[in-house]
Design a protein around this ligand. Structure first.
Ligand code: ADP
Ligand code: ASP
Ligand code: MG
Length: 407
């Protein structure tokens, strides 16, 4: 059977008015005659009664004493409530619908509570319901282990649920409905003239998502790409077409594609820069530093290794531990908390001269200090102080003409 998977994020199901917009999209999609699986997130944002962060706050007051297993039990309730609430609205409108937990929908994961990986999707319960003409409403962000334990997939994981179900059902399309019009050239909360991209490749958005563009979860992109299912990122609150995500070759032949050096910008806050210098140029400094980080489970990023020492970054929450490990080894590390990693992303920058010069010019002309940088074929990263992040994103957005329709 031809199937569409629609996913609605937290703000799309937060209140009566938005759930009626969801209803509108479901009704429209049913007119195509395809089977319909609808994945929902927990309703609303922190402060709303059943939102994920509200549920987390419920136990935070007890000093975080709850184990990860029980925390997953608690968090899974947000999406289950949301699935039941939407199903009730659909039934009230005369649309046959059934709500399923992630586990009931056949999402089987490993037992890493809080960030479980999907091992397999067994859509055996979904298929007969679709054949029966029912809308299958699935609680996102969760699965179950083979032993029946409830797990969650990591923050933003309802996208992953939708992609996994889309792949398992060989869906015609996975529609990610959210509170923006599609994938934009930067986070519109920060860059006001960020522009919607009509079509992007899996690689481009994968790169943006893994560098912090939270419009879609990177794992969801990975799963959809592997299965070759097209994704559309679109707004619950309009009837716009949104952004189509597909293979690069196919994306290039679509209307709205533009050959571009830079596709977009992304950012991460909460980064600490660590610098360790050696007076004598000790050859095993590098080894000692990175071995200490690895043995203590601290993941490192933006690594520059030089004869005189090393610069790298860690997440702010790992900074104190990293600093004390380095001091125990006899080093005197320089610790700079409160940094942001800004990423300039574009498949077209490979081999294109002048991209770094443009970045440096854009930032230095606004007196923004580049604390560190690194690059790959498709991305240039710059580390800046957190208070420089928004001006840096705006400067880079303007420098690469990302607000213009054709570059
Ligand atoms: P949902 O609850 O629907 O999953 P999220 O808050 O997880 O929504 O993701 C949507 C948000 O992603 C937008 O409100 C926007 O601020 C942010 N965002 C970050 N980068 C981008 C980008 N490049 N394009 C669009 N939105 C982005
Ligand atoms: N409700 C979960 C979260 O807030 C999952 C999601 O929204 O995708 O992270
Ligand atoms: Mg999300």
């Amino acid at each position: 059977m031809n199937v569409t998977v629609q996913k609605f994020g937290g703000t799309s199901v937060s209140d009566e008015r938005s759930r009626h917009r969801v209803l509108h999209h479901i009704v429209r999609e049913r007119e195509t005659g395809r089977g319909l699986v609808v994945v929902v997130s927990a309703m609303g944002r922190r402060g709303d009664p059943y939102a994920t962060d509200t549920l987390l706050d419920l136990v935070r007051t007890n000093g975080n004493a709850l184990s990860d297993r029980e925390k997953d039990l608690l968090l899974s309730c947000g999406e289950i409530i949301s699935a039941a609430a939407l199903t009730s609205l659909l039934n009230a409108e005369g649309i046959p619908a059934v709500a399923l937990t992630g586990g009931q929908a056949g999402i089987i994961t490993d037992a890493r509570f809080g960030s479980a990986r999907i091992l397999e999707v067994r859509p055996t319960a979904i298929q007969p319901l679709l054949d029966d003409g029912k809308v299958v409403v699935v609680a996102g962000f969760q699965g179950r282990t083979e032993e029946g334990e409830i797990t969650t997939l990591g923050r933003g994981g309802s996208d992953t649920s939708a992609a996994a179900l889309g792949a398992a059902l060989n869906a015609a399309v996975i529609d990610i409905f959210t509170d923006v019009d599609g994938i934009l050239t930067a986070d519109p909360r920060i860059v006001k003239d960020a522009r919607q991209l009509p079509v992007v490749s899996y690689e481009e958005i994968s790169n943006m998502a893994s560098n912090g563009a939270k419009v879609i979860h990177p794992r969801a992109v990975e799963i959809a790409m592997k299965a070759g299912v097209p994704v559309r990122v679109r707004s619950t609150f309009s009837d716009g077409e949104g952004t189509l995500v597909t293979y690069s070759e196919s994306a290039r032949s679509r209307p709205g594609w533009t050959d571009r050096t830079v596709t977009g910008l992304a950012h991460f806050l909460g980064v600490t820069q660590i610098s360790v210098e050696s007076d004598q140029g000790a050859s095993d400094l590098q080894l000692q530093v990175f071995r200490a980080m690895a043995m203590n489970g601290i993941s490192v990023d933006l690594i520059n290794v030089m004869p005189s020492g090393v610069h790298y970054t860690v997440k702010d929450q790992d900074a104190d531990k990293a600093a004390s490990l380095l001091r125990d080894l006899g080093f005197r590390p320089k610790i700079r908390p409160g940094c942001a990693k800004v990423s300039v992303i574009g498949g077209g920058m490979n081999g294109e001269p002048g991209v770094m010069a443009k970045i440096v010019e854009a930032l230095t002309s606004r007196q923004i200090t580049i604390l560190q940088s690194a690059d790959s074929n498709t991305t240039i990263w710059v580390l800046v102080s957190e208070h420089d992040m928004a001006p840096a994103l705006e400067a880079l957005h303007a420098a690469f003409g990302l607000h213009l329709a054709a570059q």
